[in-house]
Design a protein around this ligand. Structure first.
Ligand SMILES: Cc1cc2nc3c(=O)[nH]c(=O)nc-3n(C[C@H](O)[C@H](O)[C@H](O)COP(=O)(O)O)c2cc1C
Length: 203
């Protein structure tokens, strides 16, 4: 099938490519709502247009679609005000919490509070999602608008890393080895569908 792309609306293109470019990792982004005290402080949202992009320094990129939402998303606004954030990688058991946290709450309201998602303090100004096997303390360093609409690429430097003890272990060379089965990462495959890794093989 030769699929015609000309004249495709932004939402139809999103629907199409989000089912083709798969499986995608999900950046579960915790950012600061700017409410100094109180339980509405932390904003949590998933972003699956996401990947690692550099190693020196280690950086990730994720993409925020403000135009289809017809608003500046809370994560975008928060990171502009305070670039420190935590990007967690959810495991399969956290699929419901992750999906819930995508709810479009009014600015300043917390998905963490609404869905009772546990956070833990650690060696970083922003807490991490307690049950996520991996969390990265990041600083958003660049916001680049791409395409014809309000689509914002956020580039962020990874400056701290937390890995659950059963997920990461040092090998004989002192390198951190990740146990993929213990990690059990959640992947997105489009249209509300998710996947888990069923088999890991080497080529
Ligand atoms: C699994 C998943 C992945 C998502 N990926 C993206 C994405 O890459 N970019 C985006 O703008 N929105 C994405 N969304 C929608 C946002 O999570 C949603 O708009 C959320 O309300 C944004 O939160 P915020 O307004 O608190 O920043 C995704 C939703 C889900 C459930």
């Amino acid at each position: 099938m030769d699929v015609q792309l000309q004249g495709l609306s932004e939402s139809d293109a999103y629907s199409l490519f989000s089912q083709i470019i798969i499986p995608r990792p999900i950046a579960w982004v915790l950012s600061d709502n700017g409410v100094e005290h109180g339980d509405e402080r932390w904003n949590l949202g998933p972003f699956s247009y996401f990947n690692g992009i550099t190693s020196d320094p280690p950086m990730i990129m994720f993409s925020i679609g403000d135009s289809m939402a017809e608003k500046v998303k809370d994560t975008h606004r928060n990171l502009k005000n305070n670039p420190e954030c935590v990007i967690s990688l959810a495991c399969v058991d956290q699929a419901k919490d992750m999906q819930n946290s995508a709810e479009d709450l009014p600015a300043g309201e917390s998905e963490v509070k609404k869905f009772n998602i546990a956070l833990s303090d650690w060696n970083w100004p922003v807490p991490r999602v307690t049950d996520a096997p991996v969390s990265m303390g990041c600083i958003a360093s660049q916001f680049t608008r791409v395409g014809n609409t309000e689509q914002i690429l956020v580039f962020a430097e990874i400056t701290r890393l937390w890995v659950r003890d059963d997920v990461g272990a040092l090998d004989s060379k002192g390198q951190l080895r990740i146990d993929v089965e213990a990690f059990d990462p959640l992947a997105r495959v489009g249209k509300g569908a998710y996947a888990k890794l069923s088999e890991v093989f080497r080529v």
